[in-house]
Design a protein around this ligand. Structure first.
Ligand SMILES: Nc1ncnc2c1ncn2[C@@H]1O[C@H](COP(=O)(O)OP(=O)(O)O)[C@@H](O)[C@H]1O
Ligand SMILES: [Mg+2]
Length: 348
């Protein structure tokens, strides 16, 4: 594996709530993103994905706090950085964030070229002209006519604004881009286009990506490595090929079956009943157990630790039954296909 850019080492994050309570949004999460690696983090809404993204740039909500573990960026621990340290050393310069909605991240009353000049003034030695030239070049990268760099944000459509944000996120040549559901607010055609641009960046820039989404097929198509999260816990991590071909956590298996797969065009899409829990206490059990077709009593008796899959240390599943999952899943999926066939026959 390449040099690590970002390491999460046993990180727990909680939010204090009114009345002295707490939400344990992330519990003992571990993963590593290497140089030039596109890493996808996937899970349904409420799993803790944005909390992870926010913690990397010091952007946790006021009531949020990293309570244990280490977050290392290029080998330096940053979990205890102050807002000032994050702004000086990390934000934009080293790590840029493409937020879910671009609406609030551009200054509405400032020309885009002026925003680039401001950014360059604060963070670089570039002259005004160099700043404008760089923005022009980046507009080329994201497919917006260069002549539009002197426009105001409101003159752009939603999709163009989102691409403008991508251009700005690249402006200071960061080592890591965090894209938190970058296309969720866009229509399908625009989504594809944006993902194509993000993907193409890999060829032109030496950049790593933390791509966050609820759609596992987006990760399969655009990333090299990935992690699946459920209810504030890690479920599975590994290369995209490992998790695609040999998923070993029940949640990864069901999530994969919940999206269309060209390999099985006739397959029924699985529905995962229920929701990830809101964790008012630190979970000392598997948070997927209540939704899992294969849960046993033991799943409620401790938070699962990572199990190495097939002797491959880069592929891990946080499930005590990981080594049985291949056969269990096969039986389950065959059984549900049979049930569908029987149903279809009786309806003919
Ligand atoms: N400021 C906050 N205060 C209290 N709870 C929060 C706050 N922000 C997020 N949460 C809770 O933390 C959990 C994880 O949220 P989040 O990281 O936004 O998940 P995701 O991005 O996967 O949808 C959820 O249960 C959410 O309700
Ligand atoms: Mg989120």
């Amino acid at each position: 594996m390449s040099e690590p850019i970002l390491e999460f080492d046993d990180v727990s994050i909680k939010y204090r709530t009114r009345g002295g309570g707490a939400v344990h949004a992330v519990n003992e999460a571990s993963f590593t993103i290497g140089e030039h690696e596109y890493f996808g983090l996937v899970g349904e809404s409420g799993c803790g994905k944005s909390t992870i993204a926010d913690s990397v740039v010091g952007g946790l909500d006021e009531n949020g706090e990293v309570t244990s573990g280490a977050i290392r960026f290029k080998g330096t621990e940053i979990q205890d950085y102050s807002e000032k340290q994050f702004n000086k050393h990390i934000r934009w310069k080293e790590i840029a964030v493409i937020p879910q909605s671009s609406m609030n991240s551009l200054d509405p009353v400032m020309k885009l070229s002026d925003q680039a000049i401001e950014m360059a003034k604060y963070h670089t030695d570039l002259s005004k002209r160099e700043a404008v030239d760089r923005l022009r070049e980046l507009f080329g990268v994201v497919g917006i006519p260069e002549s539009r760099i002197h426009d105001y944000p409101h003159q752009f459509s939603g999709g163009m604004q989102q691409r403008t944000i991508i251009a700005f996120s690249l402006f200071l040549r960061p080592s890591l881009i965090i894209a938190d559901e970058p296309t969720t607010a866009l229509d399908v055609i625009m989504q594809d286009q944006i993902l194509d641009y993000i993907n193409a960046l890999k060829d032109d820039w030496d950049v790593s990506m933390l791509m966050i989404t609820h759609d596992i097929s987006i990760v399969f198509e655009n990333c090299d490595t990935m992690a699946v999260m459920h209810g504030g816990q890690m479920a599975e991590s590994g290369s995209v090929i490992d998790v695609f071909d040999r998923p070993r956590h029940p949640y990864s298996i069901l999530l994969q079956n919940a999206f269309p797969d060209i390999r099985y065009p006739d397959r029924e899409l699985a529905v995962i009943d229920g929701y990830p829990p809101q964790l008012t206490e630190r979970p000392d059990y598997c948070t997927f157990a209540d939704r899992c077709p294969w849960a046993t009593q033991e799943c409620y008796e401790g938070a699962p630790g990572p199990e190495t899959v097939d002797g491959n240390p880069a592929h891990r599943a946080w499930c005590i039954r990981a080594d049985e999952m291949e056969s269990l899943a096969e039986e389950h999926l065959t059984a549900s296909t049979q049930a569908t066939n029987i149903l279809e026959e009786t309806h003919e």
